[in-house]
Ligand binder design. Structure first.
Ligand code: PHE
Length: 462
């Protein structure tokens, strides 16, 4: 199997592809609004702690499982577990990851599709006109409810994703992420430099970095934990799959630390940029979950060169989303290649095609179709519609449960010798190996177990 398997051409190739997977709507859309809702400061600190103590160790674990087994999630658990009793449970863990990839991709592409519409509206001048004559205030709701529009942008985004994965690990994924990820950094850093010149910059920094622990509740702690999974692409085998294409001479710990740092840095940079301009304009944030699509465009257009800045900005969001959707599709595709013994191109068409058809249900659940819009199996406001329900299931159940099982498997099933060997391969002796092992055996399962129990008791992370 390993001979026909793809491989990254370098350490940098892997780090950029995996960072591309991690950095996405989670950083640019979700993190700023949950940081805003949870009053910044203390929440940001807790989030950083969650990344360091739980996210990073689990990321190392996933890459170890992937590179050691040279398999996609289902095969990885199966082959590393061997014939001992309980192997079905572990194969099911892999399957849960594939299911999560399927589900997340089916709605992530809907949201990502909106960025294409915004790029077009910005460069054509339409967005500028709507902002200045006030009609932009009534744009978003009807846009979501417009079936043909949602279908169009969703189809385009899914098409781009399928197009990249079609060309494989080196020729598609690595080639595209190597170009997009550096451009993304450059645009973000340029925008952050601009943000430092605005009046609201000081307030933004205070908001983000002066913790006030009296504003922190348990809900916020759990939300920070839950989000650390989503943002680092953990709990569903994306890092495992990418890790399986890693060369044996490259260092896993080094890569995992770099990816986590980049992801955290970008989430915080996004907040600095957005809050600086929101505070400068003293903008009322009505609904924080739509900051990215309703608040920001209005501010951008007040700046000199508004359409250009806005166009660039949504291009950035689109690129970040694309490098994440690629990794979601790759998990499902590599499963089809390994388990159904298909050729890559057939596998991509089969998996991409079925996810596409399924995802139409999400695209039409924002007002276009009454039945799809009104289903609400969970019964909360945020879980209304097919898209709301699936996002709830994936972020609250699939990823935490997957992460828990991955931590338990790596800490308790995989032998100490195997994990040490894999971590030191391409790196050399690791003095803090024991520290990592304690985190993966005890801290991660306990903390993630606490998330799961809290979800059962009714908390929710979106
Ligand atoms: N990490 C991505 C983001 O922050 C989302 C993602 C989750 C991608 C799981 C792959 C797997 O947007």
């Amino acid at each position: 199997m390993s001979q026909s398997r793809g491989q990254w051409s370098s350490h940098l190739g892997f780090v950029l592809a995996a960072s591309g997977s991690a950095v996405g709507l989670g950083n640019l859309w979700k993190f700023p609004y949950i940081a805003y809702e949870n009053h910044g400061g203390a929440f940001v600190l807790v989030y950083i702690a969650a990344i360091a103590l739980v996210g990073l160790p689990i990321m190392v674990a996933e890459i170890v499982l992937g590179r050691r087994s040279q398999c996609s999630p289902v095969g990885a658990f199966r082959s590393l577990h061997g014939d001992r009793p309980g192997s079905k449970l572990w194969a099911a863990t892999g399957l849960l990851g594939v299911l999560a990839g399927f589900v997340i991709l089916s709605y992530y592409c809907v949201i990502a599709g909106w960025t294409l519409k915004y790029i077009l509206m910005a460069v054509s001048g339409q967005l500028g006109t709507m902002v200045s004559d006030g009609t932009f205030n009534d744009f978003f709701g009807p846009f979501l409810a417009n079936g043909p529009e949602q279908t169009l942008w969703y189809t385009l985004f899914m098409g781009m994703t399928i197009g990249v994965v079609f060309f494989g690990v080196k020729g598609g994924i690595e080639r595209v992420t190597k170009i997009l990820v550096p451009i993304l950094f450059a645009i973000l850093i340029a925008m952050a430099i601009y943000a430092t010149t605005t009046e609201g910059f000081g307030r933004a920094m205070t908001f983000l970095f002066r913790p006030n622990f009296s504003e922190l509740d348990t809900g916020a702690v759990l939300e920070a934990l839950g989000h650390s999974f989503f943002t680092l692409s953990l709990g569903m085998g994306a890092m495992l799959t990418y890790g399986s294409y890693m060369r044996s001479r490259d260092s896993i710990p080094k890569a995992a630390v770099t990816i986590s740092l980049i992801d955290t840095f970008i989430a915080i940079l996004a907040c600095i940029i957005m809050f600086s301009i929101i505070f400068t304009e003293n903008m009322e944030v009505q609904k924080s979950s739509t900051i990215l699509f309703t608040t920001l465009p209005q501010i951008f257009f007040k700046m000199p060169g508004g359409s250009l800045i806005t166009g660039f900005f949504y291009l950035l969001v689109a690129m970040a989303a694309l490098t994440s959707t690629i990794s979601l599709l790759e998990v499902v595709t590599s499963f089809a290649i390994d388990e159904l013994k298909l050729k890559r191109r057939q596998a991509v068409m089969l998996t991409g095609g079925s996810i596409y058809v399924f995802g139409l249900l999400n695209a039409w659940s924002l007002g276009a179709n009454d039945t799809l819009t009104n289903v609400n199996l969970i019964g909360r406001e945020s879980t209304a519609g097919v898209l709301g329900t699936l996002d709830y299931l994936a972020s609250n159940w699939f990823l935490p449960v997957g992460g828990f099982l991955i931590a338990v498997f790596t800490g308790w099933v995989l032998t100490n010798k195997s994990s040490r060997e894999e971590m030191e391969k391409g790196h050399g002796p690791l003095p803090w190996y024991t520290g990592w092992r304690a985190l993966i055996r005890f801290v991660a399962p306990l903390v993630v177990g606490a998330i799961i129990v809290s979800v059962i008791l009714g908390a929710e992370y979106q």
